[in-house]
Write a protein that binds this ligand. Structure first.
Ligand SMILES: [Zn+2]
Length: 323
């Protein structure tokens, strides 16, 4: 029995499996070629367990340090179900799941708190849109347009167009929750007006982050999958570079989520300050606003933690290949 030309680890195996999964729908040709390369690489394997699997499937495609093994079915590389479940759970549960749970909790909190304080009418009886106009005028901002957009809590400030958009739930509502959200968006307009550094940095990161979150993990996995092929061994440095570029791009998108944190916390701080200074809300109304904005800030914290966790997971998956 001829030994495997390539010994790869669980991390690589998973990366390959994921790569094949990604391409299952669209580029079957690619998936086929990965399957062929892997099958050729590992024509046979040294241990009894894998030989058994080889007979069961079309071919054993790897052996790992701990005797991990998989079979090739058609053009999809699949890991044994129990092993796959264990492995997926291991990195996912440790690095990503806690942040996703936090994210769900934070989102539920925002909804709950907004619903609660949306029932509390502001004493001055002004709408979210009117509050935004008052607050901007008080800060000497005259060139920002206040618009009404559809949706619930889709409120945002766009620095490129200088449009502050308020959603169905805030534009015409006179609740303290609506005024709080409108004030938070005004906080972003003020950040833009005074040239607040993190906001400017965040804007620079937007295009890189868009590309990074979409293609970063894909590039990293592609680099790993092709790099694991013995036939393509001479190209290994290039595949490693592709993996590194993927990781860097994804890291840039993670940085975007991290920079978002000071921007959001600062906008809420500004909101509470100007609401108080202008007397738009009275002191006893600010507590409710603080609760709504705090919950909203937690969703950004959760997003940042999810991004960081995903990056760590990707580093673990690709790092195992390099060892
Ligand atoms: Zn914000």
């Amino acid at each position: 029995m001829q030994p495997c030309k390539k010994i790869i680890t669980r991390g690589t195996a998973l990366a390959m499996w994921r790569a094949a999964e990604l391409f299952r729908g669209g580029a079957e040709e690619w998936s086929d070629s990965v399957t062929r390369n892997v099958a050729t690489d590992c024509g046979a394997s040294g241990n009894a367990r894998n030989r058994k699997k080889k007979r069961k499937g079309n071919g054993c495609f790897f052996t790992a340090k701990k005797g991990f093994c998989g079979i090739i079915e058609g053009n999809i590389i699949s890991l044994e179900d129990e092993e796959k479940a264990m492995y997926l759970d291991y990195t996912y549960v440790i690095y990503v799941l806690p942040a996703i749970l936090l994210s769900l909790i934070a989102q539920a909190m925002v909804k709950g708190r907004f619903a609660k304080f949306n029932q509390v009418a502001s004493k001055r009886g002004i709408t979210g849109a009117q509050a935004a106009a008052i607050l901007m005028r008080a800060n000497g901002i005259n060139d920002v347009k206040i618009a009404h957009i559809r949706g619930n809590l889709t409120d945002n400030y766009n620095p490129s167009t200088k449009v502050l958009s308020l959603s169905d739930s805030t534009y015409a509502s006179t609740s303290i929750a609506a005024i709080g959200v409108a004030a938070h968006e005004t906080g972003h307009a003020i950040q833009h007006d005074v040239g607040y550094g993190p906001l400017a940095f965040r804007r620079v990161l937007v295009p890189v982050a868009n590309i990074g979150s979409r293609f970063g993990p894909l590039l990293a996995i592609l680099g790993i999958a092709f790099g694991a092929s013995a036939q393509l061994e001479q190209w290994l440095p290039i595949f490693q570079m592709i993996t590194n570029i993927g990781l860097l791009l994804f890291a840039a998108s993670v940085l975007f989520y991290v920079v978002t944190l000071p921007v959001e916390f600062n906008a809420s701080r500004r909101a509470l300050k100007i609401l108080k200074e202008t007397g738009t809300l009275e002191a006893d109304e600010l507590g409710g606003v603080r609760k709504v904005l705090w919950a909203a800030a937690m969703t950004y914290v959760a997003s940042a933690l999810t991004a960081i966790g995903s990056l760590l997971r990707l580093l673990v998956l690709t790092g195992k290949r390099r060892r």
